[in-house]
Design a binder for this molecule. Structure first.
Ligand SMILES: [Zn+2]
Length: 259
């Protein structure tokens, strides 16, 4: 329940979070391209995917440079994929919303971290059926530390959330390796660390949405749908973002029905 940075107006911290989100989003676009291709994340400097020209410092400015250049490379005129500005704006929006909702607190930072980390996770899983451990594992460790700092006496809640969610997905992975990847186990670690008890509604939502999409595919494609690999990461990410905001009230609603 500590508020380490409460001497400036909230709008200032929200704007700062948006800028940090843009910077992290820009890095995420690099990770989303290079990590699945097993390239270094830091060397060489960012270059155009078609003409290999190294980008100038101005071209590295997120979103703005994309708009000024009309979404094209200045060297070869090749279109720059829309996912670059979308990932950057998405990261900025999620980080800003986290600080606006939870304040400039440890919990706000953990929520911002979760949102920013989920952007490349969704993009990479959709494109490559892989969960980037290089992002998820450090984010899980940082998320755990931030949530423990947020409520030191309740340190066991994020620990139990991470262990419980990862353990649950791990058992599913053992039972049915085709439906789940070990990357999903790692992702569950991050979700549980930041969400604590709210990881339960997050998993419910993810499995519910996954089952609904599976049913739609079955109706549309019949038996062939059984062989379609649907990445589960985006469902986990969507469930996590809903539960981040509404998890506690969902748990409250369910507890009321039980009582
Ligand atoms: Zn180019």
């Amino acid at each position: 329940m500590t508020a380490p940075l409460d001497m400036a107006p909230l709008a200032y911290w929200v704007a700062l979070a948006a800028l940090m989100g843009l910077a992290f989003g820009s890095f995420s676009t690099v990770v989303a391209w290079r990590w699945p291709r097993e390239e270094s994340l830091v060397h060489p400097r960012s270059h155009c995917g078609s003409c290999e020209r190294t980008l100038s410092v101005l071209e590295l400015i997120p979103v703005l440079s994309w708009c000024i250049q009309g979404g094209r490379c200045r060297g070869c005129g090749e279109r720059v994929h829309w996912r670059y500005p979308v990932m950057e704006v998405g990261s900025a929006a999620l980080a800003a919303a986290a600080i606006a909702g939870f304040g400039p607190t440890w919990k706000g930072l953990a929520a911002a971290l979760l949102g920013v980390a989920l952007v490349p996770v969704v993009v990479i899983d959709l494109e490559h059926r892989l969960i980037p451990g290089v992002i998820v594992i450090p984010a899980a460790v940082a998320g755990l530390a931030l949530m423990i700092a947020s409520d030191p006496s309740g340190w066991w809640k994020p620990v139990a959330g991470a262990a419980g969610a990862a353990g649950f997905i791990f058992l599913l992975w053992l039972a049915y390796p085709a439906g789940m990847g070990f990357g999903d186990v790692q992702l569950a670690l991050l979700l549980g660390a930041v969400l604590g008890a709210s990881v339960v509604p997050a998993l419910f939502l993810a499995f519910g949405a996954g089952a609904a999409i599976g049913a739609v595919l079955l109706v549309r494609h019949g038996a062939a749908a059984r062989k379609m690999a649907v990445p589960f990461g985006p469902f986990l990410a969507a469930g996590a973002l809903v539960a981040l905001w509404w998890g506690p009230s969902m748990i409250g609603w369910y507890a009321d029905r039980l009582g």
